[in-house]
Design a protein around this ligand. Sequence first.
Ligand code: SF4
Length: 324
Amino acid sequence: MAGMGVGSSGAPTDRMEDSPSGASTRGPHRLSAVRVCERKWAFRYHWDFRPPARADKDWRLGGTLIHLCLAYYYASRMPVETQPHWFKVKDLYQALKDEGQGRDHVIESAKASLAAYMQEYAADDIRPMWIEKEWTAKLGELDPGGPWPELDDEEVTCRSDLVYELTRSGFGNIMDHKSFGVSKTRRDGTLVKWSPDGEFSLNWQILVNLQIVRAELLRMGRDPTWLRGFVIQRCTRNSPYVFDRNVVPISQAAYSYTPRLLRKAVKMELDLMARIEAGDAPDPNYDACYGKYGPCDYIDVCRAATDEQAKAVLLRDFERKISV
Ligand code: SF4
């Protein structure tokens, strides 16, 4: 892991970010939240009540640290002049310490996973192009002639783990890293068999990423068809550290429908914002309180007996960067 950050010089190609982690500004999670539960969207994106980082469970932190390790690994393989800013201002060891919340066992697992990954893919046919970049597109670029033309200049965003070029073919792909803990692996700790019909076969995040990255490539003057597809890079979070890499089949119909859905989600978001600012309360959706990753972050707020108690939970258990 030598050479993982700091000591390089040259102009960064991306925004001057000090960390490779962070959510996308108006990305697929946010635009999904507004459809799933108005109240959840409002807590998180309108009033900015965030669960404190220290509350991260080990599995969530483990996934974050593996992303961090892979971001530094691929940045170390870029030409110095295109390496991201965060790679130049902080090395991987310091980044792990800063993000690791003092949980050394999770940090050590992430480091061991990276060491195994580097060995597994030592002969990789990959040229990293953009790492943890936030991509943007205007609705008018994605969905020309769509309804509510006043929304054409509204931007939607996504953040991709890695956009790379296959050195042999010269074509590009988006890679998304997915890590799996013991509860999601086989009894012997290895990955369950990849299924092309599984959870990623029709996936909002993937469709949005492909649309937005291609739109920005076009704006950069590049051929958007250079970007061929989306790859899920899987790994285990604990020993044995095993990996596989899978190309996701994309439905052309679903891909074509995605820009209109983005426009509708932005419309919903702006309408909801106007309602809240006019004094209306965002509706809860009690059908969305438990998902595949467990309870909603705000479940203790919503199961409080009174509004006053709910407010007290919000103020006690959440952090806020802006005031309301
Ligand atoms: S707990 Fe349920 S109702 Fe409350 S914000 Fe979350 S999803 Fe919405």
